[in-house]
Design a protein around this ligand. Sequence first.
Ligand SMILES: [Zn+2]
Length: 144
Amino acid sequence: MAEKMKALTKKQLETLKNKLMEERDSLVFNEEKGAELDLALLNGGDDVEQSITDYNNSHQLRFRNREVFYAKKIEKALKKFDSNEFGLCTDCGCWIKFERLLARPTAEMCIICKEESERDESSSFIGRQSKSLGKVLDLTGMLA
Ligand SMILES: [Zn+2]
């Protein structure tokens, strides 16, 4: 019934690996930029500005935590290249489509398993909602 997934070619794997490394580099760059901003905030600012600084710091911290989380996912994905596990669905073991990996190189599950797990997690109402919006949710839920 299910169409047999073809293994990713060497070239496709290379493309995805480069993409992951680029993503990682861009995250490192952002982190350095954030540190510079912290320094600027520490050097300037009086009591009046303190509340704004606090707000910015906490906001920034949340953002950075998300980046760290994503960076970990990238590292995990990159490690899979060494063990030849990259591109394989962690759930069913089939190959994840190249197009899906290109849009989301940290994906660990094929679209079928991912949709299934999202259906399980959702309440029945949201589950029904996301069925029709599945594609949109998948694209926006980069960190899910
Ligand atoms: Zn699967």
